[in-house]
Design a protein around this ligand. Structure first.
Ligand code: C2E
Ligand code: MG
Ligand code: MG
Ligand code: MG
Length: 285
């Protein structure tokens, strides 16, 4: 590393490109080692019923417990993982770890059977021919039921729905898995494709929720997505709710479900387990 930076300095830009390539390769190798080793951790952010605050599900969010740099969020490595393809084994690791944890809650915490688990899928994962087999294998291995799983895809996947992709998404739907469109609203052209895809959940992007109280355009987008959900009989989830005012505005619009720091931050596994135990144990008759 030191040598690399020295070369960079000495080269006055001449070796910059070369060392950047080296750097990417080194970082990719490090990331692949992290996936194979035990440096990744799954955090869980609860999704709640807005009107009551009751936890109805959790979303798995990956973290990298880096030996030197500490706990890293996906913003620091997901793009690299996507570019290099490392996101494929990484995504399978997250799905397995999340399903295993959530299967444990189902058996260990009475009354928690209804809890849903959401896991993010990257465009690269959706493009894999063996996506459906991978998901099926992990569900069988962990014993987590497909009808409690939601897979979140990004709008970019919807923008180029080639027949193979549509076939894979339909196969996942046929297993009983729900499909959500994440960060919905950021790429409006996707609207026309929506009806052709087996999607049942729309997640309003945080940028619109953030502006809901004082930006009329952001507010209109939230309303539009809620109406779209009603028209298409899809569940609408608002993400990134940080204030009571935002939660109230969403409830008033008819949005039933939300996620955000106002309710819960993403929690490490032990804290998620404690919260779920607390929530579901108290709901028993
Ligand atoms: P996402 O799937 O849209 O997840 C929501 C992100 O917003 C999470 O960031 C979460 O911590 C953050 N968030 C939730 N509520 C609030 C809030 O009230 N305020 C603010 N400011 N932020 C909030 P995180 O964990 O850093 O993840 C970022 C993105 O990385 C995710 O966005 C998702 O696209 C991606 N990602 C995370 N885990 C995975 C994974 O396992 N696989 C793949 N392919 N992507 C992942
Ligand atoms: Mg998501
Ligand atoms: Mg999102
Ligand atoms: Mg997002």
């Amino acid at each position: 590393d030191t040598a690399l930076y020295a070369a960079k300095r000495a080269g006055r830009g001449r070796f910059e490109f070369y060392s950047d390539v080296m750097d990417t390769k080194a970082r990719e190798a490090e990331l692949r080692r992290a996936v194979a080793g035990d440096e990744l951790v799954v955090f869980f952010q609860p999704a709640v019923t807005l009107a009551t605050g009751a936890v109805r599900g959790v979303e798995a969010l990956v973290r990298w417990n880096h030996p030197v740099r500490g706990l890293l969020g996906p913003g620091e490595f997901i793009e690299l993982a996507e570019e290099t393809g490392a996101v494929v084994p990484l995504g399978a690791w997250v799905l397995r770890a999340a399903c295993r944890e959530a299967a444990g809650w189902r058996t260990g915490i009475p009354g928690s059977d209804a809890l849903r688990l959401a896991v993010n899928l990257s465009p690269k994962q959706v493009a894999q021919a063996d996506l459906v087999t991978t998901v099926e294998t992990i569900l069988a291995e962990t014993g987590f039921p497909p009808d409690r799983l939601t897979l979140e895809i990004t709008e970019s996947v919807i923008l180029q729905p080639d027949p193979l992709t549509i076939g894979r998404l339909e196969a996942l739907r046929d297993l009983g898995i729900q499909l959500a469109v994440d960060d919905f609203g950021t790429g409006y052209s996707a609207l026309s494709y929506l009806r052709r895809l087996p999607v049942t959940v729309l997640k309003i992007d945080r940028s619109f929720v953030t502006g809901i109280a004082d930006d009329p355009e952001a507010r209109s987008v939230c309303e539009a997505v809620v109406h779209l959900g009603e028209a298409f009989k899809m569940t609408v989830v608002a993400e990134g709710i940080e204030t009571a005012e935002q939660a109230t505005a969403l409830i008033d619009m008819g949005c039933g479900i939300g996620q955000g720091f106002f309710f819960h931050r993403p929690l490490p596994p032990a804290d998620a387990t404690a919260l779920i135990r607390d929530q579901f144990a108290s709901r028993l008759p």
